[in-house]
Design a protein around this ligand. Structure first.
Ligand code: KIV
Ligand code: ZN
Length: 502
């Protein structure tokens, strides 16, 4: 049985999804969860892209152990040096460098000849190799590259020191048969000289199928993202490719080092942190992936699970929503549960989350894992609070003009106001804008109930934009208007931090 390496690029290509930017603390939480999940390589970012990207790669390299940490770099000396600086504290590190090889990219975007592209690729792989032993090279837009030239580049970069050659389907153009035979040809040419990796985008919905076809034909590494997030239509979805290999071991004769029981938790963490929801019918991690609606199916399942269930829900970490804590649970039980859920919070953050938990327990009898995850999401972001909510009361109804009375703390001083609006959320948001004197635009406003029941914790996710910068905020409360106010204030704090950093 072959072991296929899982190279997770949620923090790099995944972050290229519109609106998915994560701050450093959020990236650290995701990276730690990826280690628990068992990925082999974490692509932590693109260090030259921005100071924030550099810091994230550097912190992950020095604080997260248990996987190889990779940093992306164009085939340019300054990019590679920057990646090296960010990665040097990691016990296992990899520089992933790339250069386009398709005539379309070379002619229209980079205006260089094939010879020049080959020369730069070789020189830069050799330069990266002088800094780090583990080098990956990607010929970008490989699937629209002349195959003979592609193989020439692949062989040359291996000779220059690349130990992994990644074949990207950058624009999601290939098909399983075509891609499978390309990988087969490359495998026949390079044998065991380097690991063949694949990196498939999902523009035509084939990223997982193409990656699996590559595995059958000799690929030893798959690049993927949690929930399939990524540039445009996204990347190959980690959970789908892993569960295909696990469920059809008989066919693929390959496995991974992934602890599949961590899949759901990882998916939820990424959803919460990026604000990108998972479609209900998404394979493996969608809300309906294990829901059986038809009477015939339910009848079969009651008699024998195997009739309609090819994956056991518990194998991906799905537990029937189970009661975890209640009003009488103490600080210790709460902290233990947080650790089990994969959160690493400071004592101060645990204390804040515990107070929120106690407050929630007064309003809601049964508290589930999902409630706890929503409660700690603000702590996970670790943003300094310039603005915080002190009190909010709303009057609204069929014959009442919606009014918000709001008290906030701004830079330590308590201020208050009263505003009317078109609805209760509008009134609350007008009050927040008036006190904070901010001018952001609301890009997105999503509300969902965390668990069932009328006492459910409601979670609101908002995205704001100001001066070209965007920020996302989550807020959870049994009162949906309070949740909306918290989400708005969190996003404002993130925007303020971004402006300060800029
Ligand atoms: O899609 C792509 O080609 C990439 C490369 C940088 C590997 O993301
Ligand atoms: Zn990509």
């Amino acid at each position: 049985m072959r072991t296929i390496k899982i190279f997770d690029t949620t923090l790099r290509d995944g972050e290229q999804s519109p609106g998915a930017s994560m701050n450093v603390e959020e990236k650290l939480q995701v990276a730690r969860q990826l280690v628990r999940l068992g990925v082999d390589i974490i692509e932590a970012g693109f260090p030259i892209a921005s100071p924030g990207d550099f810091e994230a790669v550097q912190r992950i390299a020095s604080e997260v152990q248990g996987a190889t940490i990779a940093g992306l770099a164009r085939a340019k000396e300054q990019d590679i040096r920057r990646a090296w600086e960010a990665l040097k504290d990691a016990p296992q590190r990899r520089i992933h460098t790339f250069h386009s090889t398709s005539d379309i990219h070379l002619k229209y975007q980079f205006r260089v000849s094939r010879e020049e592209a080959l020369k730069r690729s070789v020189e830069m792989v050799a330069f990266a190799k002088s800094l780090v032993d583990d080098i990956e090279f990607s010929p970008m837009d490989a699937t629209r590259t002349d195959p003979d030239y592609l193989i020439e580049v692949v062989e040359a970069v291996i000779d220059a020191g690349a130990s992994t050659v990644n074949i990207p389907d950058t624009v999601g153009y290939t098909t399983p048969n075509e891609f499978g035979s390309l990988i087969k040809t490359i495998k026949e040419r390079i044998g065991e000289k380097a690991v063949i990796s694949v990196h498939c985008h999902n523009d035509l919905g084939l990223s997982v199928a193409n990656s699996l076809a590559a595995i059958i034909n000799g690929a030893g590494q798959v690049e993927c993202t949690v929930n399939g997030i990524g540039e445009r239509a996204g990347n190959c979805s980690m959970e789908e490719v892993v569960m295909n290999l696990a469920t059809r071991k008989d066919f693929y004769k390959a496995s991974t080092n992934i602890n599949t029981k961590e899949i759901i938790r990882t998916s939820r963490l990424v959803t919460r942190i990026t604000g990108i929801p998972v479609q209900p019918n998404k394979a493996v991690v969608g809300a309906n992936a294990f829901a059986h609606e038809s009477g015939i199916h339910q009848d079969g399942l009651l008699k024998e699970k195997m009739t309609y269930e090819i994956i056991r829900p518990e194998d991906v970490g799905l537990k029937s929503t189970e009661l975890v804590l209640g009003k009488h649970s103490g600080r210790h039980a709460f902290k233990t549960r947080l650790i089990e859920l994969g959160y690493e919070l400071t004592d101060e953050e645990v204390e804040t989350a515990f107070n929120k938990f106690k407050h929630l327990a007064d309003q809601k009898k049964n508290i589930f894992d999902e409630d706890i995850e929503a409660l700690v999401s603000e702590e996970v972001s670790r943003i300094p609070e310039i603005y915080s909510l002190v009190e909010l009361s709303i009057s609204s109804g069929t014959n009442v003009s919606p009014t918000a009375s709001l008290k906030m703390k701004i830079n330590g001083a308590v201020v208050e106001t009263k505003e009317h609006g078109d609805g209760p959320v509008d009134a609350a948001y007008r009050a927040i804008t008036s006190l904070t004197k901010t001018k952001s635009n609301l890009l997105k406003f999503d509300v969902k109930g965390i668990t069932g029941g009328t006492d459910a914790l409601g979670e609101v996710v908002v995205s704001l934009e100001e001066d070209g910068k965007t920020a996302r905020g989550n807020g959870a409360d049994t009162d949906i208007i309070v949740a909306a106010a918290k989400a708005y204030i969190t996003a404002l704090n993130k925007l303020a931090l971004r402006k300060k950093q800029a």
